[in-house]
Write a protein that binds this ligand. Structure first.
Ligand code: SAM
Length: 290
C-alpha cells in the first residue's frame, strides 16, 4: 500500500513552506498539482525536480483513475495552487477513493487562508464554521443568509474580489451591526486586516475597492448574550450611523435591536457622549424617547 500526501503550500509568501513539505515533494515519484505552471514556480524555488501531473476541478473525474493507478504503484503528493488541498480546492474525491483502496492518507500541514484569517480576526476562535464560497445565485444566497443568521459560531468565508462588494452588501443588509473582518492578501506584501461591522465594511469598500484575495470572518449571532456589546462599540456604531445620515431616532432603534441594549440606554449614551449632537433636533429626540 502507498501513501497519499496532502501537502499544504504557501498562500502568497513562498517562505511558508515546511521543511517536511520540501523533503517529501523532492523524494516522491509523482506530484498531482491543481495547476502545474503555478506549482512549477514553487518547485523551482526549492530545486524540486519531481514529475507533475495535473489534477483540477475540470479534469478530476477523468484523472482520478490515472492518479489511483499511480498510487497503486507508489506514493503520490497532492498540492493545490495555494494553501491546503481539499479546502475549497480539489482533493476530497481523491482522498475518499484512496481510503477505499486501502492506501494511507496523511497531511503535511501548513498554510490555510481560512485559519490565518480566523486567528488574526479578533473574533472568537473557540468555535467556528467554515462556509467556503457563498452561493452566487440570488435565491440560494438569500437562503444561505437566513441560515447563517442563526449560526452562533464565528463564520469564515472565501470570496472572489469581483464578488466581494456584492456579498458584503447582502451581509450589511441582513446584519448591519454584526462584526465583520476583511482579511486581504494574507502573508503577501500588501496584507491588510480591516475590522468593523458589516455596514461599516460596505462603507469601507466604497472608498477602498477590493483588490487581491479576501477571507471574510463574520461574528456569529449572539441570541444568548443580548447585553454583550461594550459601550465603545455602541458609540462607534452611533457615530457611524449618524455620519451616514440616519436620524438619532432610527440609529437608536436599530442599535437597540442589534446590540441587546435598551433603547433608553442608547439614548442616554447619545446625551452623555456628545456624539455628533451639536446639530441636535429636539423633535427627533423626543420621538426617540417615546
Ligand atoms: N485551499 C486554499 C486554502 O487552504 O486557503 C483556498 C483555495 S480557494 C480556491 C481560494 C480562496 O482562498 C480565495 O478566493 C480567497 O478567498 C482565499 N485566499 C487564498 N489566499 C489568500 C490570501 N493570501 N489572503 C486572503 N485570502 C486568500
Amino acid at each position: 500500500m502507498s501513501t497519499l500526501y496532502l501537502v499544504a503550500t504557501p498562500i502568497g509568501n513562498l517562505e511558508d513552506m515546511s521543511l517536511r513539505a520540501i523533503r517529501v515533494l523532492r523524494e516522491i515519484p509523482l506530484i498531482a498539482a491543481e495547476d502545474t505552471r503555478t506549482t512549477r514556480v514553487l518547485l523551482d524555488r526549492y530545486q524540486i525536480q519531481t514529475r507533475m501531473t495535473s489534477y483540477h476541478e475540470h479534469n478530476k473525474a477523468t484523472k482520478l483513475k490515472e492518479i489511483l493507478a499511480a498510487l497503486d504503484a507508489g506514493d503520490v503528493a497532492l498540492v493545490s495552487d495555494a494553501g491546503t488541498p481539499g479546502i475549497s480546492d480539489p482533493g476530497y474525491e481523491l482522498v475518499v477513493a484512496a481510503i477505499a483502496r486501502g492506501h494511507t492518507v496523511t497531511a503535511i500541514p501548513g498554510p490555510c487562508a481560512a485559519i490565518s484569517a480566523l486567528v488574526v480576526s479578533g473574533l472568537p476562535t473557540d468555535a467556528f464554521v467554515f462556509e467556503g464560497f457563498p452561493p452566487r445565485k440570488a435565491a440560494a444566497l438569500a437562503r444561505w443568509i437566513e441560515r447563517i443568521g442563526h449560526e452562533p459560531r464565528t463564520i469564515v468565508l472565501y470570496e472572489a474580489p469581483h464578488r466581494l462588494t456584492h456579498t458584503v452588501e447582502a451581509l450589511a443588509k441582513a446584519f448591519p451591526t454584526r462584526r465583520l473582518v476583511l482579511a486581504c492578501e494574507l502573508t503577501k506584501m500588501f496584507e491588510s486586516v480591516w475590522r468593523g461591522t458589516c455596514a461599516g465594511a460596505l462603507d469601507h469598500l466604497r472608498t477602498h475597492p477590493p483588490r487581491g484575495e479576501y477571507v471574510l470572518v463574520l461574528e456569529g449571532s449572539q441570541p444568548e448574550q443580548p447585553e454583550s456589546w461594550p459601550k465603545t462599540r455602541v458609540l462607534e456604531e452611533l457615530k457611524r450611523q449618524l455620519a451616514a445620515g440616519a436620524t438619532r431616532r432610527d440609529a437608536a432603534r436599530m442599535i437597540a435591536e442589534q446590540s441587546g441594549w435598551n433603547k433608553r440606554d442608547v439614548i442616554a449614551l447619545l446625551h452623555t457622549s456628545g456624539c455628533s449632537l451639536e446639530d441636535s433636533n429636539d423633535e427627533d429626540l423626543r420621538r426617540t424617547e417615546d
